[in-house]
Design a protein around this ligand. Structure first.
Ligand SMILES: C[S@@+](CC[C@H](N)C(=O)[O-])C[C@H]1O[C@@H](n2cnc3c(N)ncnc32)[C@H](O)[C@@H]1O
Length: 274
């Protein structure tokens, strides 16, 4: 076990950690995602940290392990594997989480796996079971939601950005088990100005013409990429979106949202990051 008092930052040196820091800790600044991931449990589970998390298209983004103790990372680029095979990186994660912990409870060494595969091929790997993850993360890695939403458990969560239009894809995704009439996901929060916001979510994924983005427009966004070349504009955007996957007892997604008091004007919460 690494005791915080026995180590200094310079003790953690390895090619994997250097590569991570080069990508995610620009100019020595902490990765912004640490705040985003770290405060997510306030929204998803009454301060319960998601137990099993899968991150397709992860690159070397081990920031997730600072916040989630049990990660399954997936990327098709074998060059990023070094960070996940590096025990010094695990030592560093443990040291960082111990430093940030406000309790004296012993913090377990982070657990993770790294699978080098296309996320489209995860179904061929028995290790990835349907509906087995509490949280899936998709950040700037293409349309992860289409092949991978199956791995999120009902009522589980999907943290996603829209830089490759994956948040738009999630917004329009239909629940295949319900004659494709109900939505697969419900937007429950957006990250804005350093906070998870749960108010006025109905403004998101609306086009400037006042209609919600269609399946065709979401597809166009994924294919064209560049926002300026699209045939439509979204009214509002956010750097991160948090969706909840439909559960059997949710009924219709819109009805569930209304029942949860999240229709316009009823939800005014803004969660401050600790
Ligand atoms: C722009 S990087 C984003 C990395 C990380 N999610 C982040 O936000 O920092 C995209 C990553 O997705 C991976 N990727 C792209 N397509 C993929 C696929 N079909 N299967 C697995 N990984 C993929 C790339 O190898 C790359 O590491």
């Amino acid at each position: 076990m690494v005791m915080q008092s026995q180590v200094v930052a310079s003790a953690f040196k390895s090619p994997g950690l250097t590569a991570y820091k080069r990508s995610y800790q620009k100019k020595g600044q902490k990765d912004i995602h640490e705040q985003v991931f770290g405060s997510l449990s306030e929204i998803v589970g009454d301060h319960h940290v998601p137990k099993r998390v899968v991150y397709p298209g992860c690159h070397r983004h081990i920031t997730a392990s600072l916040c989630f103790p049990n990660m399954d990372y997936v990327d098709c680029d074998k060059k990023v594997a070094n960070v996940y095979q590096d025990e010094v990186v695990k030592d560093w994660i443990l040291s960082e989480t111990q430093e940030q912990s406000s309790t004296t409870t012993t913090i377990a060494r982070p657990k993770w796996t790294f699978t080098c595969t296309s996320y489209a091929a995860m179904a061929q790997n028995a290790k990835f079971e349907d509906e087995s993850y509490d949280l899936m993360i998709s950040l700037s890695a293409g349309i992860v939601s289409e092949p991978c939403s199956r791995y999120i458990r009902p009522g589980g969560h999907f943290l996603v950005n829209d830089s490759h239009a994956d948040a738009s894809a999630a917004f329009v995704a239909k629940d295949e088990s319900s004659n494709k009439t109900a939505k697969l996901f419900r937007l429950i929060a957006v990250w804005k100005d350093g906070l998870w916001n749960t108010a006025d979510l109905e403004d998101y994924f609306q086009t400037t013409k006042g209609e919600y983005i269609s399946v065709e427009q979401a597809r166009e966004a994924a294919e064209i990429g560049s926002v300026s070349k699209r045939s439509f504009r979204l009214l509002k955007g956010a750097p991160f979106y948090l969706f909840r996957k439909k559960a059997a007892d949710d009924g219709d997604t819109a009805a569930a949202a209304a029942a949860a008091g999240e229709s316009k004007g009823q939800s005014r919460k803004r969660r401050r990051v600790k």
